[in-house]
Design a protein around this ligand. Sequence first.
Ligand SMILES: [Zn+2]
Length: 71
Amino acid sequence: MSDPKTELVVVYNICLVCEQQKPSGMQLGTSFICETCEREIVQTEIDDAAYLFYVKKLRNLSILGANGSGG
Ligand SMILES: [Zn+2]
């Protein structure tokens, strides 16, 4: 009897916004936003200063990827 050794590797995504490892959320290209932050973004009003914070974070998405090198 031989059963294949399957490594159970649980890879949590690291949230772009809160930079915490979260099991669930939404994938944005190569980046990930956890459910908590996603809700925060949705609930945040555009006039809110926090919204700008999120937008800046999200804008990094398009900047990343084009340049492979980073400091
Ligand atoms: Zn998050």
